[in-house]
Design a protein. Structure first.
Length: 120
C-alpha cells in the first residue's frame, strides 16, 4: 500500500468513529428522554455501544486484546446477532399480542379530502 491509501484508510476509520459517536449521542439522548429499557431507542443504544467497542478494538490495536487477533470482528458479529434477535423479538411480541403492524400498505386510491373514504 502506498501513503495515500494508508491515509485514506485512517481517515475513513476516523470518520466511521465520528459518525458512530454522533449516533451514540442521539440515541443516548433519546433513551434518557424516554427512560424505558424496553424502548426501541434504548435497545438501539446498546447495539451501537457494542458496535463502537468492536470498532475501537478493531481499529486501535489495544495491547490487551493482541492475543485475540479477530476480536473486533467477532464483537461486530455479536452486535449484529443482538440486533437480529432484538428485531425478531419485537416482531414476535407484536404478532403475539395481535396488534396491527404500522408498516401495512394503504391503498393508493384512497381519497383523503373526502374524509378518508375511498372513491370508487
Amino acid at each position: 500500500m502506498n501513503l495515500t491509501e494508508i491515509s485514506f484508510l485512517s481517515f475513513s476509520s476516523g470518520l466511521t468513529l465520528i459518525i458512530l459517536f454522533m449516533s451514540l449521542a442521539i440515541f443516548g439522548w433519546l433513551s434518557l428522554r424516554y427512560r424505558n429499557i424496553r424502548s426501541f431507542e434504548f435497545q438501539i443504544l446498546i447495539f451501537i455501544i457494542v458496535y463502537v467497542v468492536g470498532e475501537i478494538v478493531e481499529d486501535y490495536k489495544i495491547p490487551f486484546f493482541s492475543a485475540f487477533p479477530y476480536i473486533g470482528s467477532q464483537i461486530h458479529i455479536l452486535s449484529a446477532v443482538f440486533l437480529a434477535i432484538m428485531l425478531w423479538l419485537r416482531l414476535y411480541s407484536v404478532r403475539k399480542s395481535g396488534r396491527n403492524m404500522t408498516d401495512k400498505m394503504q391503498p393508493a386510491e384512497s381519497n383523503i379530502s373526502n374524509g378518508g373514504t375511498e372513491s370508487k
